[in-house]
Design a binder for this molecule. Structure first.
Ligand SMILES: [Zn+2]
Length: 128
């Protein structure tokens, strides 16, 4: 993949990454809050919740969201690493180039559409 294209996908990934961090509460839209501030808020919040001993359902829900977003963040970070070592855009299953359309829709894609479909079928069969 050309340097110019790698740069383009890197930008896409970094934008998605910023979005996710915002969702996880690690990055404030205002740009004024620091990471330290956010952590302070989280710790005082959880102390408060522990005192009350209620709303555990609400807390579980937010943890689920955090873990889902956390996994997504991990995939994005891995894709950024692949951009750095120039293996980005190659299917990790068959080694073929992943289509541009697919990378634009899913910039953190690890597999080409054919391998992804095979994976989906395999997963569906396992869960039966
Ligand atoms: Zn493939």
């Amino acid at each position: 993949m050309k340097k110019k294209d790698l740069d383009k996908y890197e930008k896409l990934l970094l934008a998605k990454r910023a979005e996710l961090l915002e969702e996880l509460g690690l990055l404030q839209k205002s740009g004024q809050s620091t990471l330290k501030d956010a952590a302070g808020e989280i710790s005082s919040y959880s102390t408060h919740m522990a005192d009350q001993g209620t709303d555990s359902f609400e807390r579980e829900k937010s943890f689920q969201l955090a873990s889902k977003s956390g996994r997504f963040l991990h995939h994005i970070d891995e894709a950024l690493l692949r951009i750095k070592d120039k293996t980005y855009g190659k299917c990790q299953e068959c080694g073929k180039q992943i289509s541009t359309a697919r990378l634009e829709a899913v910039p953190h894609a690890r597999f080409c559409i054919q391998c992804k479909e095979k994976e989906e079928i395999r997963k569906a069969q396992q869960s039966r």
